[in-house]
Design a protein around this ligand. Structure first.
Ligand code: ZN
Ligand code: ZN
Length: 200
């Protein structure tokens, strides 16, 4: 039995694993029909690729937490008795991170078993609209007109006494608002924009 989590709810499915001598691992057998297993040796829960994309967009656009998203799926599965539907919040938290990491690696050239491992900042997207020599600038570009215009952003300032960092700051391009890789810094107690100028 495998609990399958899809955009329309959580369903139990009987799974007959391929037992042939050349059979791939159970995890690979799940990946083939676009199911992402929550564990690797004896998978009992799998998420459809669709629901993982769905959750990512929900989390970004609607600020949906994993717990709320799972509650919604339980409601969709059984509106009268949502508590009898298996709760897969913990698994969603773990799998959605793995899913997003794999996607970033694929997008930024680290997919398909390439030997190189990503270094700091390699999995961050540069602003696609900002000028980058060699990528979206003509060979005879004028360095002055293409100068980056960054501004400091103050993301989440928490004034709590028991925290080491009281917030985070980052630099974003002033025109498009995209964060600049390598510029996210923690605000330590007391310090504020001094750290951001270090980031710039
Ligand atoms: Zn077989
Ligand atoms: Zn930009």
């Amino acid at each position: 039995m495998v609990n399958t989590v899809h955009t329309t709810g959580v369903f139990k499915h009987k799974v007959r694993w391929c037992q042939c001598q050349s059979a791939p691992k159970k995890t690979v057998q799940l990946f083939q029909p676009q199911l992402f297993p929550a564990s690797h040796l004896q998978p009992e829960t799998a998420f459809t690729f669709d629901v993982l994309d769905h959750f990512h967009i929900d989390a970004m656009e609607c600020k949906t937490a994993a717990a709320s998203f799972i509650k919604k799926l339980c409601r969709l599965t059984n509106n009268a008795f949502p508590h009898v539907v298996p709760n897969r919040e913990r698994e969603l938290c773990q799998v959605s991170r793995q899913w997003h990491d794999l996607q970033s690696r694929k997008w930024l050239g680290f997919g398909h078993d390439v030997e190189k491992t990503p270094q700091n900042g390699n999995l961050a997207h540069y602003c696609p609209a900002c000028p980058q020599p060699g990528i979206n600038l003509p060979d005879d570009w004028n360095s002055k007109s293409a100068y980056h215009n960054y501004r400091a952003m103050n993301l989440a300032n928490l004034d709590r006494k028991n925290r080491d960092a009281t917030g985070i700051g980052a630099c974003a391009c002033a025109r498009h608002g995209c964060f600049v890789p390598h510029t996210v810094v923690d605000f330590q107690k007391g310090g504020r924009y001094a750290f951001v100028s270090k980031g710039v």
